[in-house]
Design a protein around this ligand. Structure first.
Ligand SMILES: Cc1cc2nc3c(=O)[nH]c(=O)nc-3n(C[C@H](O)[C@H](O)[C@H](O)COP(=O)(O)O)c2cc1C
Length: 199
């Protein structure tokens, strides 16, 4: 088992973690897992000066990248966008010679204030999460990587303690299953949300 293990890099972007109920619980639930590296972007780069070389070295040395963040304005907090803008450079991540990331996998792990039914063509937000996450998904494809079905917890503003505990446990199980390559590609890719692997 150990030799098939994947290395997972979690790029965590929350600008106000001291106010976070959900993402902090989620990230704490995976921080101690062997072969998982957590990078808290707002702690590392409060001035937004990202060490591009260091971040590129880290992605190269991991197999699966997780972008973990609260869902802000139908997208991610700005420091994650800055990380994407700077780290996924031409000639490194994309372009004719940009093949450093080929074959890696990327998972979005996000939490929304809105409920699941709001993220629907006829719901309050008019679009599904997969539609709203399309810029992330296409970025991943352009870099010759594979975009996994996202891990999403909805209704974060009304969530109670027990649901937070359960969500954190689910997240830990999903991260361990990806690390240990438990589910087949087919099993994973047919899910709308990767959380559903645990149903
Ligand atoms: C600046 C900002 C923008 C937000 N935009 C959205 C949004 O577009 N859709 C949504 O469902 N929730 C939105 N929310 C709610 C957050 O997703 C919610 O606060 C977060 O998931 C809670 O996670 P936490 O407990 O880790 O902070 C927004 C919150 C903030 C502060």
């Amino acid at each position: 088992m150990a030799e098939n293990r994947k290395k997972i890099l979690i790029i965590f972007a929350h600008p106000t973690p001291h106010k976070s109920r959900l993402n902090t619980a989620l990230v704490n639930a995976v921080s101690d897992i062997e072969d998982v590296t957590v990078r808290k972007l707002y702690d590392l780069y409060p001035d937004f000066y990202i060490d591009v070389e260091k971040e590129q070295e880290l992605i190269v040395s991991h197999d699966i990248i997780v972008w973990q963040h609260p869902f802000y304005w139908y997208s991610a907090p700005s420091l994650l966008k800055e990380w994407i803008d700077l780290v996924l450079e031409h000639g490194f991540a994309y372009g004719q010679e940009g093949v450093a990331l080929r074959g890696k996998k990327v998972l979005t792990s996000t939490t929304t204030g809105g409920r699941q039914e709001a993220y629907h063509e006829e719901g309050r937000n008019h679009f599904t999460m997969r539609q709203l996450l399309a810029p992330f998904e296409q970025t991943v494809h352009l870099c010759k990587m594979e975009y996994l079905p996202p891990f999403i917890i909805h209704g974060s503003l009304l969530i109670d303690k027990e649901h937070i505990r359960q969500s954190a446990e689910d997240y830990r199980k999903i991260i361990i299953s990806l690390r240990d390559d438990i589910f087949s590609e087919k099993e994973i890719m047919e899910k709308k949300y990767i959380n559903h692997l645990l149903d």
